[in-house]
Ligand binder design. Structure first.
Ligand code: NI
Length: 177
């Protein structure tokens, strides 16, 4: 267990597709999940994907409780999601501001599908199958994008909606990015 260095945009590994996990409930997988959780918690992230700590495997973690980086959003239970598949429920999309621990100090306005079904496994090999909406759906799409080598700036429609957090949101007390 350890707080890992988070790779920043520009690292080639962040633009690679990650490999599926082949074996569940192994010491190596539990160690990876612990590293992801420790790092996400230490940095007040809403989520973290294994490639962001240099491991090119299809493992993400996300959790939104009382997060100072995202003070006004609904809670999302801590979830470890492995080898995920996403299914869009309908065409509805909405746009909201996103940040990313691999793009520190910046925010961008990103359109995402509003309603989403996601399936996969936890680290013990238990199946996960949820249909979600809103911020929960947004976090899942952001994190799973990391597994396909996509960072949120690549989803921004108008690059004028991309900038430094302290300029865009001068009243937001963000001290951890
Ligand atoms: Ni991210």
């Amino acid at each position: 267990m350890a707080i890992k260095t988070t790779l920043k945009m520009g690292e080639p590994l962040l633009f690679k597709s990650a490999e599926p996990v082949a074996a569940f409930n192994t010491p190596a997988l539990h160690s990876l999940v612990t590293d992801l959780r420790d790092t996400m918690t230490a940095l007040n992230g809403a989520g973290l994907a294994a490639p962001q700590i240099g491991v090119s495997l299809q493992v993400v973690i996300f959790s939104v409780g009382n997060n100072p980086r995202y003070p006004d959003v609904e809670a999302v239970p801590e979830t470890v999601l492995i080898n995920p598949t996403l299914t869009v429920i309908d065409d509805a999309q909405d746009s909201a501001w996103e940040g990313c621990l691999s793009v520190p100090g910046m925010r961008g306005l990103v359109p995402r599908y509003t309603h989403l079904r996601y399936q996969g496994w936890d680290q013990y090999g238990n199946a996960i199958d949820r249909t979600v909406s809103g911020f929960h759906a947004r976090v899942v799409q952001h994190e799973v994008d990391h597994l396909w080598g996509i960072l949120y700036p690549m989803r921004i429609k108008d690059m004028r909606d991309f900038g430094y957090t302290d300029v865009l949101f001068p009243n937001l007390s963000v001290t951890d990015e």
